[in-house]
Design a protein around this ligand. Sequence first.
Ligand SMILES: Cc1cc2nc3c(=O)[nH]c(=O)nc-3n(C[C@H](O)[C@H](O)[C@H](O)COP(=O)(O)OP(=O)(O)OC[C@H]3O[C@@H](n4cnc5c(N)ncnc54)[C@H](O)[C@@H]3O)c2cc1C
Length: 244
Amino acid sequence: MDFWREPESKRIHDPSCLHPQSNSSSCFRSMKSEKTEKCIFFPGPIIVGAGPSGLAVAACLKSKRIQSLILERSDCIASLWQVRTYDRLRLHLPKKFCQLPLMPFPSWFPTYPTKQQFIAYLDAYVTEFNIQAVFNETVVAAEYDAGIGFWRLRTASAKGKGKEEKHEYVCRWLVVATGENAEAVVPEIAGMEEFEGPIVHTSLYRSGDSYRDKRVHILPRESLTPVLNVGTLAMIKSGDIKVH
Ligand SMILES: Cc1cc2nc3c(=O)[nH]c(=O)nc-3n(C[C@H](O)[C@H](O)[C@H](O)COP(=O)(O)OP(=O)(O)OC[C@H]3O[C@@H](n4cnc5c(N)ncnc54)[C@H](O)[C@@H]3O)c2cc1C
């Protein structure tokens, strides 16, 4: 079914994703006996990822009086929206399909809120539900230890100036909310190494300004239209950006 093609093609390229033929019980790499500097037991569920999904799970748990802990590899919530999207982005689905549980968008938001409005809404959501997150904490391995009935997660924690600490978290419940767009997938294209110009993944694209008067080739993903915003389209139409 066409409906499944997008998630399927994302999974094929996602190194963190469980492949059907794999025997692993987790979607991170399996635990090795590495030395950790700190072992942290958390009595509630641990959620990996502070994107909209992770925040929604944390809020729903909170509404049932269950305190969870989010581990997030970047230094902010909703890193996809804050760091890896273009300036003029708006939700491309009407707002009623994108709001998180238990807290609707403000009524004065437009049908297609801007990226800044969406991020402000998520900030307010975190405050409303007092969601706790540890930032700069990348989960690199997760394994269910059937012997003790707990999940054991290994993390790499960025401490600035290139310093990294390794931690182990132990919890009874694990929620993986690492997102389907969290990893940039750059396809292998024959001749890529010889190409002298910049090759930019859409997650690094901010606006058409840096492409003014340049020749640009846009490679859309199979079955998807290229992600172009209105400003860029206007520059293409006016000839400021030349698309091949
Ligand atoms: C340009 C663009 C426009 C979009 N527009 C819409 C829209 O209009 N409506 C809509 O519903 N959806 C839209 N989406 C889809 C988008 O995926 C969702 O909006 C939303 O961000 C998904 O939330 P998520 O929490 O599942 O994943 P993400 O937002 O990707 O969050 C996952 C989080 O997990 C963290 N993480 C990943 N791996 C690890 C790890 N190993 N350890 C710790 N943390 C980790 C990441 O840093 C990230 O913060 C759009 C996506 C893009 C790229």
